[in-house]
Write a protein that binds this ligand. Structure first.
Ligand code: S3P
Length: 456
């Protein structure tokens, strides 16, 4: 069977991923597991640190982002064992008991670490904290969490009126609020709920559309008292709360599975089964979008593991010369449920008949990179026809991709999306700064080699 040749070229500072597609007959085959869910991994480490007693975590994502969370909470006094996927033990120190660290807390590339941690730090009276991140994170907007925290009487300072990291926080006894978030953001919602853990009374967050609900599920699992109104997308937490250490099992990340779902849906003759993937309904927009596009995806072995729905996902692509997918329009309330998957959906749309339009996704401009600008420019280098919209993308299906040099812009999801596009590009594609994949998927290259050789 023809296989794609996948090589990594490493220098001291960066890795280039080189993908050479065979002239004909490539198909992807195999079973694989994706790493643990990034959102759930962060939350398990944070709640474990804030709880009384021990938390055990199985299936933690050992990527750069959770490493940043673990490093920050170790500096704040939590005992966290060496990170591995089998078993991580967190010895919690109890709500309100975080220590004042001797140095700046560094969230690296991770928006979730910084934004969720701000709610926790701001609510620790009498302690002073400073937080920063890498150059991407230092340019991302923090006002979305700083403003509501200030309404709770938090004291936060930073560049540009306290809206950009590095930030300094003088912990306070916070007041509960009712906050109407202008954006559907799980990071905003979670930051306020975490701040509300220590405020006396009811803190409510309402969002315009439902964002991922892992915080709500896990806070309840750890013993916090929450009430949820699904009609108005409101969550209320009652403080002060007490959290008790738990056993958390982290399912595979559907955002990582998305790369194989699209690869399996667009490379003719492919069949891939991705085992043990979290299918929380607030995350399954990618399955809805790909089904709308006519992809053949089935959910097998559906079950609930530690409060989160899980399934094995099987994707197939018939052989044949025509385009495997249909174009579609993706907009509105589904956007927060597939926000991280839009770069790889743009790749899928290249192999769809017609023009795919993605709207209401202006948030993509303030992710790890400006994902609207970056995915459009890099896919166009390969020969795609992608047009930027202020809040999304327009992708004309049916163009032929030709291998060339492209760049991840140090964004993990861009690096992996380009690798999948390269599987359907003629000749050789070189993805510069591909090491970014390790933020959420350290074994991505090995899995890519595995499915490209049909033996994962
Ligand atoms: C996340 C929420 C989303 C998502 C990010 C992880 C989380 O961000 O894009 O990758 O774990 O809460 P927003 O809340 O900014 O939409």
């Amino acid at each position: 069977m023809p296989v794609a040749i996948v090589t990594l070229k490493s220098t001291e500072h960066q890795q280039d991923l080189i993908i050479q597609r065979p002239t004909s007959g490539l198909s992807l085959q195999g079973r694989l597991r994706v790493p643990g869910d990034k959102s759930i991994s962060h939350r398990a480490l944070m709640l474990g640190a804030l709880a009384q007693g021990e938390t055990e975590i199985q299936g933690l994502l050992i990527g750069e982002d959770p490493r940043s969370t673990a490093a920050c909470f170790r500096a704040l006094g939590a005992e966290i064992s060496e990170l591995n996927t089998e078993y991580v033990r967190v010895q919690g120190i109890g709500l309100g008991q975080l220590q004042e660290p001797a140095d700046v807390l560094n969230a690296g590339n991770s928006g979730t670490t910084l934004r969720l941690m701000l709610g926790i730090l701001a609510s620790h009276p009498g302690r002073f904290f400073t937080v920063t991140g890498d150059s991407s994170l230092r340019s991302r907007p923090m006002s979305r969490v700083v403003k509501p925290l200030q309404q709770m009487l938090a004291q936060i300072w930073g560049r540009q009126g306290g809206t950009l990291a590095p930030l300094a926080i003088q912990g306070q006894q916070l007041q509960p609020i009712k906050y109407h978030s202008p954006i559907a953001s799980a990071q905003v919602k979670s930051c306020i709920l975490l701040a509300g853990l220590m405020a006396e009374g009811k803190t409510t967050v309402t969002e315009p559309a439902l964002s991922r609900d892992h915080s709500e599920r896990m806070l309840q699992g750890f013993g916090a008292s929450l009430s949820i109104d699904p009609e108005t997308h409101s969550v209320t937490i009652l403080g002060p709360a007490q959290l008790q250490g738990q056993s958390v099992i982290v399912p595979g990340d559907i955002s990582s599975a998305a790369f194989w779902l699209v690869a399996g849906a667009v490379v003719p003759g492919s069949e891939i089964c991705i085992e043990n993937v979290g299918v929380n309904p607030t995350r399954t927009g990618i399955l809805e979008a790909l089904s709308m596009m006519g992809a053949d995806i089935t959910l097998e072995n559906q079950r609930v593991v530690a409060g989160e729905p899980v399934a094995d996902l099987r994707v197939r692509c018939r052989g044949g010369g025509t385009l495997p997918l249909q174009a579609c329009e993706i907009a509105g309330d589904v956007i927060p449920r597939l926000i991280d998957e839009i770069p790889i959906l743009a790749v899928a749309a290249i192999f769809a008949k017609g023009t795919t339009v993605i709207r209401d996704a202006a948030e993509l401009r303030v992710k790890e990179s400006d994902r609207i600008a970056v995915i459009a420019s890099e896919l166009n280098r390969l020969g795609a026809k992608v047009t930027e919209l202020p809040d999304g993308l327009e992708i004309s299906g049916g163009t032929t991709l030709t291998g060339t040099d492209v760049d991840s812009h140090t964004d993990h999801r861009i690096a992996m999306s380009l690798a999948i596009a390269a599987l359907n590009a003629t000749g050789t594609t070189t993805i510069h700064r591909a090491e970014a994949a390790a933020i959420s998927y350290p074994d991505f290259f090995q899995s890519l080699i595995g499915v490209a050789m049909g033996n994962e």
